[in-house]
Design a protein around this ligand. Structure first.
Ligand code: NDP
Ligand code: MG
Length: 391
């Protein structure tokens, strides 16, 4: 029997609930109060919004990851009636709470890895938006999955691929085709990109997202991270993961089968759809927005991505193919470079230069465990900061 028919609500922990994905996940919860119940929420430092969310959804647990905000947090959240955990380690606790059935990991950055691993070790269903944790710690996540947890993608492209593969024999898959909007700078030359500023990079044409992923979309690093994410999620070699520009962001991704058939999943660019599916799976729940009207949509177009003007995409393919610690180094260097760009310390095209410089001074090694991974990342961050100019 389905949960929704038995009257039982699914108990969800939302990590990073104050972010773009987290807020949209709470909209999905509000649409389905008879099907979903929030048991835990977390923020890094946005205590005001976390309190509002807590008063509305009444979770038993709250987490605040910024250790500097711990004392303020206990005071600010006292009237929510929830138990408040503070410090970076609280994500691990929230991800393995006994009362949580589904954990939505929507924090930003590879700091999300501990929660990803904890949820899987505790046998939870993990709805994963935090792609950086899979990019940095792919082999560790795959090992943790063997323990009985379940991983459902939230990223729209991977949700699309997952939906296209349902009921199919994965041995019949020829390749995965990830679509890319191309971001705000699609069609610009390398020369033109030298002059773009932070505001322009944050003005994404089709998606409204957090700042870090919006910059990643502008450099195409986001697509690169997604290529690595797809490699781990669907077990395909990098040669069989294609990317194609699709500025309208309606075809969310495609799967090419051995006989030449191509399956696609389509919809308007709205993250509530993949978020909802990751929470409702294997059911599908009705949305509160209008169905896609194809007659009014106009044309859907596809094209090449300019891999010279946007080198981050190929840097990600190279790091992915090198394997072991290389994707973690790519990701760590990118996190530093994007933060430096947002601070106005480096120009847009320097993001790729910092990533390339950091990667070229690293010799990939296989990843033993989390401690080793964090050491590799720390070293990469140090190197990237030097390249930023001693930040
Ligand atoms: P946001 O920046 O909007 O939100 C990030 C969330 O993580 C906030 O709740 C923030 O708390 C919290 N956070 C920030 N820093 C830390 C930290 N050091 N430790 C723990 N929590 C922290 O990001 P998005 O919602 O855009 O993205 C979240 C993840 O989902 C990313 O991995 C992104 O790549 C992925 N994703 C996002 C999509 C989107 O449409 N936005 C689409 C596909 C994937 P606070 O508010 O207090 O700072
Ligand atoms: Mg995506």
């Amino acid at each position: 029997m389905k949960d929704s028919e038995s009257g039982k609500r699914r108990r969800v922990a939302i990590l990073g609930s104050t972010g773009s994905i987290g807020r949209q996940a709470l909209e999905v919860v509000e649409r389905h109060p008879e099907r979903l119940e929030v048991v835990a929420l977390s923020a890094h430092s946005n205590l005001g919004l976390l309190r509002e969310q807590a008063l509305r959804h009444r979770p038993r647990w709250l987490g605040v990851t910024d250790s500097g905000a711990a004392e303020r947090a206990r005071e600010a959240l006292a009237d929510t009636g929830a138990r408040v955990l503070a410090g970076a380690g609280c994500l691990r606790e929230l991800a393995s709470l006994q009362e949580a059935e589904v954990v939505l990991n929507a924090v930003v950055g590879s700091v999300g890895l501990e929660a990803t691993l904890a949820a899987l070790h505790a046998g939870k269903r993990l709805a994963l938006a935090n792609k950086e944790s899979l990019v940095a710690g792919g082999p560790l996540v795959m090992r943790a999955l063997e323990g009985g947890g379940e991983l459902l993608p939230v990223d729209s492209e991977h949700s699309a691929v997952f939906q296209c593969m349902r009921g199919e024999d994965s041995r019949e898959v020829e390749s995965i085709i990830l679509t890319a909007s191309g971001g705000p700078f699609y069609g610009r030359s390398a020369e033109e990109l030298r002059k773009v500023g932070v505001e322009e990079a944050l003005a994404h044409p089709t998606w409204r997202m957090g700042r870090k992923i919006t910059v990643d979309s502008a450099t195409l690093m986001n697509k690169g991270l997604e290529v690595i994410e797809a490699h781990f999620l669907f077990g395909l070699p990098y040669e069989r993961i294609e990317v194609v520009a699709h500025p309208q962001s309606v075809v969310h991704s495609m799967v090419r089968f051995r006989d030449g058939a191509v399956m696609a999943q389509l919809g308007l660019p709205d993250m509530r759809l993949p978020i909802s599916f990751s929470l409702s799976f294997p059911e599908r729940w009705e949305p509160d927005w209008r169905p896609t009207d194809f007659a009014k949509m106009g044309s859907l177009t596809f094209g090449e991505l300019d891999r010279e003007a946007f080198p981050c995409l190929d840097l990600a393919y190279e790091a992915g193919k090198a394997g072991g610690s290389a994707p973690a180094v790519l990701n760590a260097a990118n996190e530093v470079a994007v933060a430096a760009f947002l601070e106005g310390l480096i120009g847009f095209t320097s993001i790729a230069e910092v990533v390339e410089g950091t990667l070229s001074s690293h010799r990939p090694e296989s990843l033993g465990g989390l401690d080793e991974l964090r050491e590799v990342e720390e070293e990469a961050r140090g190197r990237a900061r030097e390249l930023v100019g001693g930040w």
